[in-house]
Design a protein around this ligand. Structure first.
Ligand code: FAD
Ligand code: SF4
Length: 508
């Protein structure tokens, strides 16, 4: 009897463990575009289009290789609307009672599959460098789970940029070289773009029709949708952009949405590129002398360090992770996140590019939209839903720990040893947003002062009990205490008045 081999939308890898366990001559590959996946949050239209187009192309590749693929399109009449519904329908049609799948990257689906009336085998997802057991072994005898130490283990394990057991260049991390602001540079390459083929065009029309009202611009659509294209995007990045990646990875410019970033996360997360092959390619460029050590190391750290680490945390912490809210922040997400007007130039730019591209780079996510939400006391679960919806690379295993943990400190400091909060000063240093802003970044109080400046102190003041004892924050509290009492009161009053106006729905 045939078995069903489920391939999910973010499992588009020929080396997938479920495919490795399948028999080409008798098993049936099941792939399904279903409403339960396209609608559980209001995904950006570009994100839906990317996943569906990449799925259809991958199904074609599998068929060309001789697999039997039972593929369900979103607009088919018989579509039951959910992954489990489709599995039951296919099981019935093919007389199968067993399903093989590579473990999904989201607790919701892991549990749905566990609860099915069929025999379901969930195989480990070995497209990662560390298995979940390895991560647990690393984590279990530690009091603090700092990414940096995990990263070193991964360097040793992969041998990436290692020389005789030591890190190349004599240090693990070159971040102190990596905090340069950038200037507009008309000669800087843009990430690689691809013209949609007929199959992708068909998907674009479907998405336009069904999800045209979701937040986000569907067109122009230039993402890679096949492994071949994704490999070309990788090549382009390594040749043209990697060199400056290290120096400028924290910089933000209003007229340059991508700077030296790779835009590879959508492809790695879908499975079109493997994390290790990407890192080996980058290591080779460094060995060839084409890129400096801080760029290669910085990039590799994001992938074998951060990316692997957040996945380990997500599965270790369990399904309730997304509802953590240790700071008890309850404010509703303001409309400006969905494109509503705002006078804050940094937020306006980060949101506008999110709407247009389905993309913002790390520092925009962390230090603009994330920072503002944390300072303003936005409910983390609402913010989590926003990040999960609006970015083309957003899958819960990677988005949730970045949002709940790194950005909002809602997990109580498992990921971030101190909250990522800053005043306008940091944004001003790293970007060119402030010069064109209605607010003044140099004013510390009053209605026209930068809201980040006053909200910053208000946040620290209202969470004093929790953070005062943090050895990395003691200095900040003593700066606050040294301020004149009247000034402190003005700052807090300005912050509260700002939040009041925002809650009233005024444009702030
Ligand atoms: P580059 O700057 O070129 O970095 C190279 C690669 O490193 C990325 O492609 C990515 O695979 C990896 N990487 C870098 N930082 C991280 C990180 N913190 N966690 C995991 N991988 C990382 N990343 C996602 O892939 N999906 C998400 O849904 C997501 N949500 C985020 C939400 C918040 C609040 C924050 C602060 C970060 C989030 N990130 C997410 C991490 C990071 O912002 C993106 O991976 C990165 O911006 C992707 O763009 P890029 O490919 O151009 O990255
Ligand atoms: Fe953002 Fe403040 Fe700068 Fe305006 S002044 S762009 S609100 S940091």
């Amino acid at each position: 009897t045939p078995r069903l081999v489920l391939v999910l939308g973010d499992q588009l890898s020929e080396g997938l463990s479920a495919l490795g366990a399948a028999r080409k001559d008798c098993d049936i590959i099941v792939m399904a575009e279903v409403a339960s996946e396209t609608e559980y949050v209001p995904h950006h239209p570009k994100k839906i289009a990317l996943v569906l187009a990449a799925m259809r192309h991958f199904a074609e590749t599998l068929r060309d290789q001789g697999w039997t693929v039972a593929y369900t399109r979103l607009d088919e009449d018989e579509n039951s609307g959910s992954i489990t519904g489709e599995l039951l329908r296919r099981a019935d049609a093919h007389g199968a009672d067993e399903v093989i799948v590579t473990r999904p990257g989201e607790w919701r689906l892991v549990q749905d599959l566990d609860d099915m009336p069929l025999k379901v085998t969930q195989l480990p997802d070995d497209r990662f460098i560390a298995s979940l057991d390895e991560f647990d072994a690393w984590a279990s005898d530690r009091k603090e789970l700092r990414m940096e130490y995990f990263y070193r283990e991964m360097r040793r394990k992969t041998g990436l940029m290692m020389e005789d057991g030591d890190p190349a260049g004599g240090q693990w991390n070159f971040d102190h070289d990596n905090r340069k602001p950038a200037k507009t540079d008309m000669l800087r390459s843009a990430p690689m773009q691809f013209t949609p083929d007929d199959m992708t065009e068909e998907v674009l029309r479907l998405v336009e029709d069904r999800f045209g009202d979701n937040f986000g611009a569907l067109r122009p659509f230039h993402f890679a949708v096949t492994r071949g294209q994704a490999l070309r995007a990788l090549d382009h990045f390594v040749k043209h952009l990697l060199e400056g990646f290290g120096d400028y990875q924290d910089a933000m410019l209003q007229d340059d949405r991508f700077l030296h970033h790779s835009l590879l996360s959508p492809y790695i997360n879908l499975g079109l590129l493997g994390p290790l092959e990407v890192c080996r390619r980058v290591e080779q460029a460094w060995k060839d002398g084409a890129v400096p050590i801080n760029s290669a190391e910085g990039f590799i750290r994001q992938i074998i360090g951060w990316r692997e680490y957040v996945r380990g945390i997500y599965f270790r912490e369990g399904p309730d992770y997304t509802s953590r809210n240790i700071l008890r922040h309850e404010r509703a997400l303001p409309w400006m996140y969905w494109g509503g007007e705002t006078k804050m130039n940094c937020v306006r730019h980060a949101v506008a590019q999110t709407r247009d591209e389905g993309y913002a780079h790390h520092i925009q996510r962390l230090m603009v939209t994330g920072n503002f939400a944390l300072l303003a006391g936005i409910a983390p679960a609402e913010l989590h839903e926003w990040y999960l919806s609006v970015y083309v690379d957003a899958y819960e295993w990677v988005e949730a720990p970045n949002t709940i943990g790194m950005s909002q400190w809602a997990d109580g400091g498992i990921i971030a040893s101190k909250p990522y909060v800053s005043s306008g000063n940091y944004i001003n240093k790293m970007s060119d947003y402030c010069g064109d802003c209605a607010y003044s970044v140099t004013e510390k109080t009053g209605e026209t002062s930068c809201p980040f400046n006053t909200l910053y102190w208000y946040f620290l003041d209202r969470h004093r009990q929790r953070f005062e004892g943090n050895h990395r924050m003691g200095m900040i509290y003593s700066t606050w205490d040294k301020m004149e009492a009247g000034k402190r009161r003005d700052i807090l009053d300005t912050a509260k008045a700002f939040l009041q106006r925002m809650d009233n729905g005024d444009v702030v």
